[in-house]
Design a protein around this ligand. Structure first.
Ligand SMILES: [Zn+2]
Length: 96
């Protein structure tokens, strides 16, 4: 299966350097994140609900950066600032 058709979950190994789209209905996370090959897909910093990732664009140039010791693996996806009021952990039916 081509990488671009595959979805990935929290804890899966990142198969290629690239920009990944983030799908998470519980919280407003960044729409995309840059992840490095062989890192693990990060979790939401706010909850343990599933996060799904889809490769948006492979970044082969990052092969060169990965050797530099400047990359701190991302383990949690930060909530977008100003999204506190958009917390949808509660059922939508509770909204006015
Ligand atoms: Zn969340």
């Amino acid at each position: 299966m081509p990488l671009y058709d595959k979805t990935f979950q929290i804890g899966d190994l990142v198969p290629a350097h690239g920009i990944y789209e983030i799908f998470h209905t519980q919280h407003l996370l960044a729409q995309q994140v840059v992840l490095f090959k062989s890192e693990k897909f990060p979790k939401c910093s706010r909850c343990d609900f599933p996060v799904t990732f889809l490769l948006h664009h492979e970044l082969r140039a990052l092969d060169y950066v990965n050797d530099l010791d400047i990359r701190i693996p991302l383990t949690e996806l930060p909530i977008q600032s100003g999204s506190a009021s958009l917390d949808t952990t509660l059922p939508l039916s509770n909204e006015i």
